[in-house]
Design a protein around this ligand. Structure first.
Ligand SMILES: C[S@@+](CC[C@H](N)C(=O)[O-])C[C@H]1O[C@@H](n2cnc3c(N)ncnc32)[C@H](O)[C@@H]1O
Length: 306
C-alpha cells in the first residue's frame, strides 16, 4: 500500500459527494462481476484500475479487495502527460486534478490507500506480474494509441477468466476508445460479455459461464432492460441502465459531522447517483469554459460600444 502525500485535504461525507463518471448501471455490474469472482474459488488475483481521477470507481472497486490481494491504481494525477494530445486531453478535462484529492477521497472510505502508480499507463505492464489481475478497469486516456496500449497491457496482466471493463467504448466524443475495443475483439481475441451505455465488459477467458449467469440475474430485474444480439459471431448482452437502481454505496469510515467538505475539482462532473453520459471529455465538461466564453463575448460587446 502507498503512503499518502503531504498535507491532508477535505474529505467527502458520502459516496455521492465523490465526483466521477461511474453510473448506477455500471456500479451494479462491477458489483455483480466482483461478487461472482468470490463465488468462483479459482478466480484469484489482484485488482487494477487505469485512470482513477478523484476515486469514484476506485473507492467502489476497493471494497472487493480480499486479504492478500493488491489493488493498484495508475493515473497521471498532477504529473505531465507523455505526449501533446494526451496533454491537451488532461488540460481539457482534468486540469485541477491532484493526487492528494484522490487520496483524501479514497481514505474517507478505506483505511489504506491502494498501490498508487502516478505515471502514464504505459508503465503498468512493467510494474505488475503477468497474469496477476482478476479485474481490470480501463478508464485512463481516451485516445486510441493509449487505449490500445492499455488493452495490450491488460491482456498480459489478466489472470485466467479475468474481467476487463472498458469505459466510454461507444461515446461520440472519444471514437478512439471504440476503435481500440472493437479492434481488440477483431484481432486480439477479446470476448465481450455485455455492454451498458457507458462501459463494455469482456474477458480473454471463457465468456460463456459469466454470460449465462448474467442473463439469469438480469431476467427478473425491472430496472435494467436487456437484450442479446449476435455481434462478430458471439452473443453480446446489451443492457439499458437508465432506470438502474444503484447498489448500496461504499460507506464512509467516519460520520459526516466529522468530515469537512469533499475534495473536489471545480471542473469535476456531477457526482454520480443518476444515470447520464459517461465521458470526461464530453464537450463542455469545464464549468469555467462557458463563463470564459461569456466574458469574451461581453468584452467584445463592451469594446464595440466604446
Ligand atoms: C475518466 S477519468 C477516470 C474516471 C474514474 N475512473 C471515475 O470513474 O471517476 C480518466 C483519468 O485518466 C487519467 N489519465 C489520462 N491520461 C492518462 C495516461 N496517459 N496515463 C495515466 N492516467 C491518465 C486522468 O488523469 C484521469 O484521472
Amino acid at each position: 500500500m502507498s503512503q499518502t502525500t503531504s498535507a491532508p485535504v477535505a474529505s467527502p461525507a458520502g459516496f455521492s459527494d465523490v465526483k466521477g463518471w461511474f453510473w448506477p448501471a455500471d456500479q451494479l455490474l462491477f458489483d455483480w462481476f466482483l461478487k461472482r469472482q468470490d463465488r468462483v474459488p479459482e478466480q484469484n488475483g489482484d485488482l487494477l484500475e487505469l485512470g482513477a481521477y478523484l476515486g469514484k470507481s476506485a473507492i467502489f472497486i476497493g471494497g472487493y479487495l480480499r486479504p492478500g490481494e493488491e489493488f493498484t491504481v495508475c493515473d497521471l494525477f498532477d504529473s505531465p502527460a507523455p505526449d501533446d494530445p494526451n496533454s491537451a486531453e488532461m488540460g481539457r478535462s482534468y486540469s485541477t486534478l491532484t493526487r492528494r484529492g484522490f487520496e483524501a477521497n479514497y481514505l474517507a472510505f478505506h483505511e489504506q490507500l491502494p498501490t498508487v502508480v502516478q505515471a502514464p499507463t504505459s508503465v503498468i505492464g512493467s510494474r505488475l506480474d503477468a497474469g496477476s489481475c482478476r479485474f481490470i478497469h480501463i478508464d485512463a486516456s481516451h485516445l486510441y494509441e493509449h487505449v490500445h496500449g492499455d488493452i495490450v497491457a491488460a491482456r498480459e496482466l489478466a489472470a485466467p477468466d479475468a474481467i476487463v471493463a472498458f469505459d466510454d467504448f461507444r461515446a461520440e466524443h472519444c471514437p478512439g476508445v471504440a476503435a481500440a475495443v472493437w479492434g481488440a475483439v477483431a484481432t486480439m481475441e477479446l470476448k465481450l460479455i455485455c455492454i451498458t451505455g457507458t462501459k463494455a465488459y469482456g474477458t480473454w477467458g471463457d465468456p460463456e459461464p459469466a454470460r449465462a449467469e448474467l442473463l439469469d440475474w438480469l431476467a427478473p430485474r425491472t430496472d435494467l432492460w436487456h437484450g442479446v444480439e449476435e455481434v462478430a459471431g458471439a452473443p453480446l448482452i446489451r443492457i439499458d441502465g437508465k432506470k438502474a437502481k444503484a447498489p448500496t454505496p461504499p460507506q464512509p469510515l467516519r460520520p459526516a459531522s466529522e468530515t469537512p467538505k469533499a475534495a473536489e475539482s471545480p471542473r469535476a462532473p456531477e457526482a454520480a447517483g443518476e444515470s447520464g453520459t459517461s465521458g470526461p471529455s464530453t464537450p463542455g465538461p469545464d464549468a469555467s469554459a462557458p463563463a470564459a466564453a461569456t466574458r469574451g463575448l461581453l468584452a467584445r460587446a463592451l469594446g464595440r460600444r466604446r
